[in-house]
Design a protein around this ligand. Structure first.
Ligand code: GAF
Length: 388
């Protein structure tokens, strides 16, 4: 992928660019917990976004998206990121970096990637992190990775309208080859844990549906958690988020919350515990326990947190029926996108054909299968040979 990006850049702008890469991410377990300062267990994948960039000596930034085959130019003096356009991710990062005191001057940029659209591998976080890494390298800012991840999250809040957590840009920035990140979303620190699955491989199944209002529902879930914290804090002194409540106190939580709020809080509390259990199981090589925890996570997301959909439920349930599958659950924000599955490597073709025929018979959609391997986080791949 680096070659077409580099060639396109040279053809369009006739100079030699710096090239950065930032990966997409999977999440093994720990869903919808990051915005409650909880625990998550993501990993970077090999698919990602490549950004080629060079200074242009102007007061404007000239962009070209290889994937959209579109150009876009914006002036640095009148920067106005608008929701819904790919260039917003570039303008958003530039606006936030300028606000933080990094003085970004004019540049030319080409970017593109190989993250399947709608797969839930978080291409938007990868794009923000790749842009932050590229700008940091080009202008010599040496912005810490954690700050790049936080700017990526803030850009999503301000310019895409999704009040997401830190997981996606953090995993893209800090990913490590062959390792999953046990991430504490309060301290924003992580422990790397070898993601060794023996005879099993990770494979995503893309439902190829994205139900409307997903962003609204996401923000509503976040508000429901915040409301629960407000109601519970009088009875649990010192709690800051739902992560601070142990599941041993679940009965008390139930008596204090409405029938609407309680299951959501229950998901948060139990999912944080499942993340620790899953990390411990992986360390011990106990894959069957790991798989059971993935199933419990899916059921909690579907029944209690209500962020699944019939297509994802069907894919997970069908996978649970197959003996060669050790774990399966919806992955990411929900309401569509992918399931993540641990499937016996020698039986993947059989898995694909069984899931494909069952899913297409039920929904009239042929799902996509995306094998994933755990790769490294964001980096600069190539320094420019010359600068303007
Ligand atoms: C999306 C968000 F961007 C993440 O922050 C996280 O909340 C995830 O949904 C659900 O776990 O990917």
């Amino acid at each position: 992928m680096i070659n077409p990006i580099q060639t396109t850049f040279r053809n369009l702008f006739e100079s030699s660019p710096l090239i950065s890469f930032a990966p997409g991410r999977i999440n093994l377990i720990g869903e919808h917990t990051d915005y409650q300062e909880g625990f998550v267990f993501p990993a970077a994948v090999k698919q990602g976004i490549w950004v080629a960039i060079q200074k242009n000596g102007l007061k404007s930034c000239r962009l070209y998206s290889l994937d959209f085959d579109q150009e876009f130019t914006f002036e640095l003096d009148t920067l106005s990121p608008k929701k819904g356009h790919w260039a917003t991710y570039v303008m958003g990062m530039v606006a936030l970096l300028n606000q933080a005191g990094y003085s970004v001057s004019g540049f030319d940029m080409v970017f593109g990637g190989n993250i399947p659209v709608g797969s839930g591998l978080s291409s938007s976080a990868a794009l923000s992190v790749a842009i932050g890494t590229a700008i940091s390298g080009l202008f010599g800012f040496e912005i810490p990775k954690k700050s790049i991840a936080l700017y990526g999250q803030k850009s999503e809040h301000l310019f895409a309208g999704v009040k997401c957590g830190i997981m996606d840009p953090y995993a893209s920035a800090f990913g490590a080859k062959g390792k999953a990140l046990l991430l504490d979303c309060r301290s924003n620190t992580h422990e790397e844990i070898p993601a060794e699955f023996g005879d099993y491989s990770l494979i995503l199944v893309n439902s190829k549906v994205k139900h409307s209002l997903a962003d609204t529902a996401y923000n509503k879930r976040r508000e429901a958690c915040e409301e629960s914290v407000r109601l519970l804090s009088a009875h649990f002194p010192g709690i800051v988020t739902l992560r601070d409540i142990p599941s041993a106190d679940m009965e008390k939580v139930e008596t204090l919350l409405s029938a609407e709020l309680y299951p959501k809080a229950k998901h948060l509390i139990t999912e944080c515990e499942r993340v620790h259990e899953a990390a411990a199981a992986l360390k011990l090589g106990n894959l069957s326990l790991f798989g059971e925890l993935l199933k419990a996570s899916h059921l909690s997301l579907s029944k209690d947190y209500e962020v699944s959909c019939p297509e994802l439920d069907f894919l997970a349930e069908k996978s649970w029926e197959i003996t060669d599958v050790i774990g399966s659950r919806m992955m990411g924000g929900g309401f569509g996108g992918c399931t993540i599955n641990l499937v016996k490597s020698s039986r993947i073709m059989d898995f694909e054909s069984r899931i494909s025929s069952a899913y297409s018979a039920r929904f009239g959609i042929v799902p996509d299968f995306i094998p994933v391997q755990i790769g490294s986080g964001a980096s600069i791949l190539k320094e420019p040979a010359d600068t303007k």
